[in-house]
Design a protein around this ligand. Structure first.
Ligand SMILES: Nc1ncnc2c1ncn2[C@@H]1O[C@H](COP(=O)(O)OP(=O)(O)OP(=O)(O)O)[C@@H](O)[C@H]1O
Ligand SMILES: [Mg+2]
Length: 408
């Protein structure tokens, strides 16, 4: 007897709007019915609601694409419960998001030989009052010479939070007076002081979604809606491979299947400055031209996970990476080895086969959607939440044109 199985994908969301509507609508238009030996698999998706839960309560989802758990604790605990109790697969590993700040990622990747700028961690300027604070600091906190650290690192440098995001508290430092002023106003934040890579000729963000990677030329000096540039062909095939392998290493190491890596090229050398971004910007208002790539990559990966019931890796298991570090002597061989672990963990070959066999029509369906009034309306909804009323129509038009330009 033939059996129809339903796989459920939950979208755990905050302010996201446009990619969600695009994802849901393209999935609806795909109208998938994937044959299995005993029947077929269909897919349902809905938006995860926030409510009290008991730990034995079943979870109806096979896969959750999560956009909340880096800051919203109820969702994070629900996701952790569902992984442990119900074998949920989630993007991204919630324990790793909770515990791996930017600083940990610098340390871990520096150890693997990745090009990370020299980085100091500086104790905070101010503290939350705590009963044992005074005695701890009096006994053990050493007076330090911040200017000496700054001079040793050289200028420019960047003072930025150890757990940063959204450019909060990031200052470019040009001399010791500037360093003192920035540190004095850093409050209770634990800060990095990082060597600045000045005079670079290229800045990129490499976005990873499962084993799919997309490299965008990034302009940090532009207005928000122009930072993701529409340039093409700005890296050589060898550089693209290097960036993909570095991002795959980072993402598989930390269990982040949706993450982006910021890299700067200076004098032909790449430097990784920020790659703890496990909830990457997904808004059409930032990504515009690149938005179709993101929505399609997200669909492909989550459908593959749901259809194959891929087992979620609960623990990170770093030993294989350290084995590669030990066994190989040069960075290029090591990187190939690290990335191979990632491809194995993310089942790249199986994923490719799944897409070829079951999703050959996804690009055409996405094309039709992204040229539709429905897509334009979804863009407008997002624009209306961020732009003043008199700019909504013109920015909607701009982003819609850029989305369509992706296909030209
Ligand atoms: N070492 C560095 N060398 C050169 N520029 C840097 C360096 N560190 C930070 N910057 C600049 O400061 C910006 C913000 O720094 P960073 O990316 O570390 O912070 P963030 O708060 O995580 O930002 P986001 O949320 O946009 O990723 C970078 O995009 C880059 O322009
Ligand atoms: Mg950054």
């Amino acid at each position: 007897m033939s059996e129809t199985m339903v796989r459920r994908i939950g979208l755990s969301l905050g302010a996201d709007l446009c990619w969600v509507i695009s994802y849901e609508e393209i999935l609806r238009r795909l109208n998938l019915n994937i044959p299995t030996p005993n029947g077929s698999i269909r897919f349902e998706t809905d938006r995860v609601t926030i409510e009290p839960f008991e730990i034995h309560q079943p979870c109806k989802y096979d896969v959750v694409v999560d956009r909340l758990n880096h800051w919203y604790h109820t969702s994070r605990e629900w996701i952790k419960k569902a992984i442990l109790m119900d074998d949920l697969y989630v993007l991204n590993n919630p324990w790793s998001i909770q515990s791996m700040e930017k600083h940990t990622t610098y340390c871990a990747m520096a150890k693997l030989g990745m090009p990370i700028p020299r980085t100091w961690l500086i104790p905070p300027k101010a503290y939350e009052p705590q009963p044992d604070l005074q005695v701890t600091l009096e006994r053990y906190a050493k007076f330090f010479d911040l200017a000496a650290i700054g001079d040793q690192l050289g200028y420019p440098s960047y003072l930025k939070p150890y757990d940063g995001g959204a450019w909060r508290g990031v200052s470019r430092i040009d001399n010791s007076d500037g360093l003192k002023a920035a540190y004095d106003s850093s409050g209770k934040s634990l800060m990095h002081l990082q060597k600045g890579i000045d005079g670079f000729d290229l800045f990129v963000r490499c976005i990873g979604l499962g084993p799919q990677f997309h490299i965008v030329k990034y302009d940090p000096t532009a207005a928000l809606h122009d930072r993701y540039t529409m340039s093409r062909d700005f890296v050589t095939p060898e550089e693209a491979q290097l960036l993909r392998d570095m991002t795959m290493t980072i993402n598989s190491f930390f269990g982040w299947e949706f993450n982006s890596c910021e890299a700067i090229r200076k004098d032909g050398q790449w430097h990784l400055i920020d790659f703890a971004n496990a909830c990457p910007d997904s808004q059409v208002t930032s990504l515009h031209f690149h938005f179709p790539w993101l929505v399609i990559a997200n669909l492909k990966w989550s459908l593959f996970l749901a259809a194959t019931k891929k087992k979620f890796r609960k623990t990170l298991d770093w030993d294989p990476y350290y084995k590669v570090l030990e066994d190989k002597s040069n960075f290029s061989e090591r990187l190939t080895g690290y990335a191979a672990i990632g491809h194995e963990r993310m089942a790249t070959a199986e994923f490719q086969e799944f897409c070829d066999r079951h999703l050959p029509h996804i690009d055409q369906i996405a094309f039709d959607f992204f040229h539709s009034d429905q897509a334009k309306h979804a863009i407008k909804l997002k624009v209306a939440t961020l732009f003043p009323a008199h700019e909504v129509d013109s920015f909607t038009e701009l982003f819609f044109e850029r989305v369509k330009a992706w296909y030209r």
